[in-house]
Write a protein that binds this ligand. Structure first.
Ligand code: ASP
Ligand code: MG
Length: 406
C-alpha cells in the first residue's frame, strides 16, 4: 500500500531567517512522523531574489537573461541545503536537490521559462529510501543544460508541477498569511478568510491585483485539476482551498473585493470618429510592447470622440510618449494622463447566475458619492475605475453590502 504523498511549498518569508528555517524543519518532520511521503519545495530566503536583482543591476543595467538565471537560482539552492541541514539536526533523513538535478526540463526562455517535462525518477528513488525530498523552487534546466528560472513567484509553479507529476495527494502552499481573504485585511479588518475558491476566481483576483500565489501556477493547477491548499506556516489552522468547483457556490454571489492602485489612465481627446482609428492607436501601442487593460470610447459628438484606457504604472511614462506620437499622426486633441485612479473589483462565479450584481455595485458607489470613470466586466467579475482617494471607502462599502463580513 502506498503512503500519502504531500508536496509542501514554503515561500521566502517562511524561511527568512535561522529560526524560521528551524520552524519549517519541525513542521515538515511532524508530517513525516505521521508516515507521510514528503516533497518540500522552498523559495529563496526572505528578499534574497530582490537583493540579487539589485546587485546585478549595479554591475550591468541590462544583464543577460541567461546570467540572471544563473544568479537568481542560487537563492533557492541556499534554502534547500539549509533546510536539509535543519531536518538532519532533528534526526531525520532529508536530501536537497536543485531543479536541474530533479529533471525539471524547461524551454529556453530565460527568466520566464516554461516547464516541458519532469523526470521525477530521482525524487521517487529518494522517497523510496524514506528520505524527505527538498527541491529548489523557481528553477529548471534546458535540454542544453542551461539553468532557467520560471518567472517571479515561480516556486509555486514548481510545487504544482511536482504535485501533478508525482500524483500527490495534497499540494500545500505555505505563506505568511492564513489564506486568501475576502479583501485586503489591512484595508478592511472585517475581511474573512475564504474557505474555498475556484481556480477561475483566483485567476481573476490575480489579474485584478490581489497577491498570494503566482498566476501561472494556478493556470497549471487548473489544467491538471491539482487541488491547492494555501495556508500559513505560522499556525496549524486550515487555510483556503483552490479547487475546480465549490459546493453551494450558487449561494455566494461575490467571493471577494479587490483593489488595484497600480494603473494609470490615459485619455486621447477629440479622436476622429472613423473606422480604423482605434486599430491604429492600439496597434501602435502593441508594437511597443504596451499591454493595455481597460478601454472606453465615449459617445461621439461632431464626429469626434474621446478614448481612455488604463495601463500599468510601470512604464506608464513610456506609454504616454508613445501615445502622444500616435495621436499626433492622427490629428487628435490633447492627451491626458491620470495616475490618481484605482480599480475596485468584485469577483465571484455566483454572479453568472444572479442578475443585478452590477447594478448593486454601482448603487453602493453612488451611495458613497463616488464617481465611476470606467467600467469593465467579465463573466465572473465587475471592475470600476474611480479616484484613488475613494478606494478604501469603496472597498469597505462593497465588502459590507455584498455580505462578505458575515
Ligand atoms: N524566489 C523567487 C521570487 O522571489 C521565487 C519565489 O519566491 O517563488 O520570485
Ligand atoms: Mg521570493
Amino acid at each position: 500500500m502506498s503512503r500519502k504523498l504531500i508536496v509542501q511549498k514554503f515561500g521566502g518569508s517562511s524561511v527568512a531567517n535561522v529560526e524560521r528555517i528551524q520552524r519549517v524543519a519541525e513542521r515538515v518532520v511532524s508530517y513525516k512522523k505521521k508516515k507521510r511521503d514528503l516533497v518540500v519545495v522552498v523559495s529563496a530566503l526572505g528578499d534574497t531574489t530582490d537583493e540579487l536583482i539589485e546587485l546585478a543591476n549595479k554591475i550591468n543595467s541590462e544583464p543577460s537573461e541567461r546570467e540572471m538565471d544563473m544568479l537568481l537560482s542560487t537563492g533557492e539552492q541556499i534554502s534547500v541545503a539549509l533546510l536539509a541541514m535543519a531536518i538532519h539536526k532533528l534526526g531525520f533523513e532529508a536530501i536537497s536537490f536543485t531543479g536541474s538535478q530533479v529533471g525539471i526540463i524547461t524551454d529556453t526562455s530565460h527568466t520566464r521559462a516554461r516547464i516541458i517535462k519532469i523526470n521525477a525518477d530521482k525524487i521517487k528513488e529518494a522517497l523510496k529510501q524514506d528520505k524527505i525530498v527538498i527541491v529548489a523552487g523557481f528553477q529548471g534546466v534546458t535540454l542544453n543544460q542551461d539553468i532557467t528560472t520560471l518567472g517571479r513567484g515561480g516556486s509555486d509553479l514548481t510545487a504544482v508541477a511536482l504535485a501533478k507529476e508525482l500524483k500527490a495527494d495534497e499540494c500545500e502552499i505555505y505563506t505568511d498569511v492564513k489564506g486568501i481573504y475576502t479583501t485586503d485585511p489591512r484595508i478592511e479588518p472585517k475581511a474573512k478568510k475564504i474557505k474555498a475558491l475556484t481556480y477561475d476566481e483566483r485567476l481573476e483576483m490575480a489579474s485584478l491585483g490581489a497577491q498570494v500565489m503566482q498566476a501561472r501556477s494556478i493556470e497549471v493547477a487548473k489544467k491538471f485539476g491539482v487541488p491547492i491548499h494555501v495556508r500559513s506556516s505560522f499556525t496549524r489552522e486550515t487555510g483556503t482551498m483552490i479547487i475546480k468547483e465549490v459546493k453551494n457556490m450558487e449561494e455566494v454571489v461575490v467571493s471577494a473585493v479587490t483593489l488595484n492602485k497600480g494603473e494609470s489612465k490615459i485619455t486621447i481627446c477629440n479622436v476622429p470618429d472613423r473606422p480604423g482609428v482605434a486599430a491604429k492607436i492600439f496597434n501602435g501601442l502593441a508594437i511597443k510592447g504596451v499591454s493595455v487593460d481597460m478601454i472606453v470610447q465615449n459617445v461621439s459628438h461632431l464626429r469626434q470622440t474621446d478614448i481612455s484606457f488604463t495601463v500599468s504604472k510601470v512604464g506608464a511614462a513610456k506609454t504616454f510618449k508613445t501615445t502622444k506620437k500616435i495621436a499626433k499622426s492622427l490629428g487628435t486633441g490633447e492627451i491626458l494622463e491620470d495616475d490618481n485612479i484605482a480599480r475596485v473589483s468584485i469577483v465571484g462565479v455566483g454572479m453568472k447566475s444572479h442578475p443585478g450584481v452590477a447594478a448593486k455595485m454601482f448603487e453602493v458607489l453612488a451611495d458613497n458619492k463616488i464617481n465611476i470613470e470606467m467600467i469593465s466586466t467579465s463573466d465572473i467579475s465587475i471592475s470600476c475605475i474611480i479616484q484613488k482617494k475613494f478606494a478604501e471607502i469603496a472597498v469597505k462599502a462593497l465588502h459590507e453590502k455584498f455580505g462578505l463580513a458575515k
